[in-house]
Design a protein around this ligand. Structure first.
Ligand code: F0G
Length: 401
């Protein structure tokens, strides 16, 4: 298959083929016709190059694919355009998902656009306020479950099996088909020259499964000649996949998840078998990073003017950990997928800036300051701002490079 087909569509400004998912329709869902498609023009996200971020990771060739710049602020929109289109065409009456927040926001938006009813279940404790407010704004029936994500997913899966609803979690195969487009698009951004690694945060493992499938297919149809290695990064307090990797993928042992990165606070990931296949088939790696390190990575990404939610920054912290171990070489090219927007979880950003989180973590932090509404007070603050230039980016600026 010639990349030209997909490259020609880059010039389109309107219509469904201008979507960064449907641009790859032949590889995503060739059978669905235009009339059936529910799209919010997802995809076409930027691939950023920041020397400050690369320096912190300890390598030169680091790029950031910002999936937080999708219509609802996360990569979930890529899968949702396909899965909601399919659900509508099959006549589904009620669409539902369990979610740590982003899937809920995305499903709510696509259902609103398609005029379909939807119910979202999210943990009562810890669902980020940006995500919750989105689900409500787009009109989803929003149920806060007294339990974690894993409990909520068990509930909706059981109900879906009884035929009570259409399940839109990433166990829905059409979600995976859409999420493959993250990989197709980043390969296209690079002129179909694959990087050495693709790093991404891992929770329920839908993305890991999707990336593995995308790379297998890109190889099969001849879009690329070699596959990058996948690097899945988990938060240390919610890392059953990383633990299984360390044991040679013997079996998944669910954990009681705990991490500041609420998006990936998941202890019993649903797509484990497909994710194992993705890591194995690309010679990939799974690593866990401490909350302090992913928060530091977030501060570095934020200070570069790029910004992301805490879970997304785990990818960068994982790259840095592997560079320190010598598993990622300094000369290798790495693309980090930033999965969610900086505005998704403002509470965590504020808590970090106020110094209320992870006292052992260091890194750029300014903290909000209160001033009187006087010119004098403003002038004093301006003088302090001039005298205090930004600190170098993080713990590593010295040690890494
Ligand atoms: N990053 C963000 C911002 C997420 O919201 C998620 C998952 C992930 C990474 C992990 O992706 O589950 O495919 O391994 N969020 C889901 C949700 C669980 O409900 O929004 P994964």
């Amino acid at each position: 298959m010639a990349p030209r087909l997909f490259d020609q569509r880059l010039a389109l400004r309107r219509g469904w083929l201008s979507s960064g998912v449907w641009r790859f329709r032949e590889l995503v869902d060739p059978e669905l016709d235009e009339a059936a498609i529910v799209t919010l023009r997802e995809g076409s996200t930027p691939l950023y190059d920041s020397s400050a971020v690369a320096r912190w990771a300890g390598i030169e060739g680091l790029l950031l694919k910002h999936e937080g710049l999708n219509p609802t602020g996360s990569f979930k929109d890529r899968g949702m355009t396909v899965a909601v289109s399919r659900a509508r065409r099959s006549g589904a009456q009620l669409l539902a998902c369990a979610s740590t927040g982003n899937t809920a926001a995305s499903l709510a938006a696509y259902c609103a656009a398609a005029r379909l009813a939807c119910v979202v279940l999210a943990p009562l404790d810890g669902t980020a306020v940006g995500k919750l407010s989105q689900a409500l704004a787009y009109g989803a029936r929003t149920l806060l479950v007294r339990g974690d994500f894993d409990a909520a997913l068990r509930l909706v899966r059981a109900e879906a099996a009884r035929g009570g609803l259409a399940l839109l979690n990433s166990v829905n195969p059409f979600r995976i088909e859409g999420q493959k487009a993250i990989v197709f698009e980043l390969l296209q951004d690079l002129g179909w020259q694959p990087p050495d690694w693709i790093a991404f945060p891992a929770g329920n493992l839908g993305n890991c499964a999707a990336f593995g499938k995308a790379l297998r297919e890109a190889l099969q149809v001849g879009l690329i000649e070699r596959a990058p290695r996948l690097l899945a990064v988990q938060a240390a307090g919610a890392a059953p996949f990383a633990a299984a990797f360390e044991r040679g993928f013997d079996a998944l042992e669910p954990v009681a998840p705990s991490t500041v990165a609420s998006a990936i606070r998941i202890g019993d990931p649903a797509s484990y078998p497909r994710a194992v296949r993705a890591i194995r088939s690309t010679g990939g790696c799974v690593v866990a990073v401490e909350d302090a390190h992913l928060l530091e990575a977030k501060a570095v990404i934020d200070r570069a003017g790029i910004g992301c939610e805490p879970a997304s920054a785990a990818a960068l912290a994982g790259v840095r950990a592997l560079v320190e171990r010598g598993a990622v070489l300094r000369g290798e090219r790495v693309v980090c997928v930033l999965t969610g927007h900086v505005l998704k979880d403002p509470d965590t950003t504020l808590a970090w800036q106020r110094g209320e989180l992870e006292p052992q973590a260091c890194g750029p932090r300014s903290g909000p300051e209160q001033i009187d509404a006087t010119e004098d007070a403003l002038r004093r603050a301006l003088a302090a701002a001039r005298a205090r230039p930004d600190p170098p980016s993080g713990r590593s600026a010295g040690s890494g490079a």
